[in-house]
Design a protein around this ligand. Structure first.
Ligand code: GLA
Length: 497
């Protein structure tokens, strides 16, 4: 049941038991954390009242960001990942309207207000505009709604007010959390629901509307994460399982402060990796032809699908994919295609645009080697975590970082420096997390060493390395708690109040 804004504010101000219970159920029992979240919610409802008045009936939705423990750039290849949903999220206060329009606001004034019709497929704004993430959530509902008996022609419109505390462009999936919370709020304000595992897949596709050809990791963990657990997600076929995080370890996120905006160069680099992986599949298929087999994605190039063991697969790949960069013309020749057709078929993005391969060519072999080995590491890490072997998980995280750095080439000097700092400080494991090219690292550390690790990050990375290399970025830090922090695995997105 929706509550009048003024009543909800009262219940938050007087810390009523029902509100506190909900907050604790999501964010845990820690008093400090509870106060932080309570204050955020009070602020959100106060702002909502300023915008829309105290008598609107509102509901509050929440979608968490994520940090990926292991499995980078495997999701869109049909191979597994193992992220956790974290206690940093987007909140959205939603109330119904009657004029058929969605009115959207953000408590952070750098994100301008906008509106769009609730009964039509939304038109995107220019790349990089925050409205596209909200519209992407709606687009998913427009496209797939009919399967769930949802007809947007009947939508009456709503007010949406967002408030987020996930650092943006940091590889913590603030954008997917925004897409997810938008979809939940838009559905909720119209009295509709879609099961979370269905919604995860719908929103993964819908986010392509924003420009990167991402896989489904971010949306899935934002919706299906669980308190104190990592989420192992399989994509071929889709499935998931919760893996407990042993109580003796903590997960620490450190922001390099080098931004990984998905809308500029990083978008090109990301989509280029997608094209390189597709090309690997095409070349492997030439090698598999004599065995009468065809794969659709690298996730099919596994023993269970092909009846070959890992060694045999590795040998086959060595023959099928030349080492070193390959130009479009070379690849086309190997595939027996005109160059134009290779560009048209393999380099076309979902937006319709054709990605022009970089001058030095496509690094098909290295990308192949990262993706396949990373898929295997995720399987091993999930088993190790399940059995509490945190040392092994840590080692696999470090191996993953090296593979991301050397084969997938998505690391940078700053991320490498953070990983080295963590390893010197005795972390069990450490690696870049998310799309890469900047953003954050994730480290696993024994609980009693958490503070020491955070202090080492401050001294060795922020006050030394960053202060020398990027003094402006160092100066931009107002509060260390915003850039290096330990995260709690929380439950996935839902209505909060
Ligand atoms: C981004 C994408 C994800 C995933 C990661 C890399 O976060 O949105 O789907 O591909 O990059 O692992």
């Amino acid at each position: 049941m929706a509550t009048k804004a003024r009543n909800l504010l009262e219940s938050l101000n007087s810390a009523e038991a029902s509100a506190i219970e909900r907050i604790q159920a999501v964010y845990g029992d820690d008093r400090q954390e509870r106060e932080i979240q309570l204050n955020r919610l009070r602020y959100l409802v106060e702002k909502f009242i300023e915008h829309f008045g105290p008598d609107e009936f509102l509901e509050i939705y929440r979608a968490p960001g994520r940090v990926n423990l292991i499995g980078e750039h495997t999701d869109y290849n049909g191979l597994p990942v193992m992220p956790i949903a974290i206690n940093r999220d987007f909140l959205c206060a939603a109330s119904p309207r009657a004029d058929g329009v969605v009115h959207v606001f953000n408590t952070d004034r750098q994100f301008p207000d906008f509106m769009f019709p609730a009964t039509e497929f939304p038109k995107p704004s220019e790349i990089g505009n925050w409205s596209n993430y909200v519209k992407a959530g709606f687009q998913g509902i427009c496209e797939d709604g009919p399967r769930f008996d949802i007809d947007i022609k009947q939508f009456k419109g709503c007010n949406l007010l967002f408030d987020g505390n996930i650092p943006s462009s940091a590889g913590l999936s603030s954008s997917s959390a925004l897409v997810v919370v938008s979809a939940l709020a838009l559905l909720g304000a119209h009295g509709k629901q879609i099961a979370k595992h269905e919604l995860a897949q719908i929103l993964a596709r819908a986010e392509h509307f924003v420009g990167t050809q991402g896989g489904g990791m971010d949306q899935t963990v934002s919706l299906l994460g669980e308190k104190d657990h990592a989420l192992k997600i399989d994509f071929n076929p889709f499935g998931y399982s919760h893996v407990p995080i042993p109580p003796e370890v903590r997960v620490v996120v450190a922001n390099s402060l080098v931004t990984a905006a998905k809308t500029g160069d990083a978008r090109f680099a990301y989509n280029c990796r997608v094209v390189e992986c597709r090309t690997a599949v095409a070349l492997l298929n030439r090698g598999l032809a004599e065995r009468g087999k065809v794969i659709r994605m690298l996730g099919d190039f596994v023993p269970a699908e092909l009846g070959l063991d890992e060694k045999q697969l590795d040998m086959l790949a060595e023959k099928a994919i030349p080492k070193g960069p390959l130009t479009a013309a070379e690849i086309a020749r190997r595939l027996n295609l005109p160059r134009e057709e290779f560009l048209n078929v393999y380099c076309r993005l979902r937006t319709g645009e054709i990605l022009q391969p970089p001058q030095k060519g496509l690094e098909v072999w290295k990308r192949y080697r990262h993706v396949i080995s990373e898929g295997r590491r995720v399987e091993m890490a999930a088993r190790a975590l399940q059995s509490g072997d945190v040392e092994k998980v840590g080692k696999l995280m470090v191996a993953s970082h090296f593979s991301c750095r050397d084969d997938y080439e998505i690391s940078c000097e700053t991320l490498d420096a953070l990983v080295e700092t963590a390893r010197d400080a005795g972390a069990l494991g450490s690696r870049l997390t998310g799309a890469g090219f900047g953003g954050c690292t994730v480290s696993m550390v024994r609980k009693e060493q958490t503070e020491e690790l955070i202090n080492k990050f401050k001294a060795n990375y922020y006050d030394d390395f960053l202060a020398c290399k990027e003094p402006e970025l160092r100066k931009s830090i107002e509060n260390f708690e915003q850039v290096v922090f330990s995260v709690q695995p929380v439950e996935g997105a839902d209505r909060l109040l």
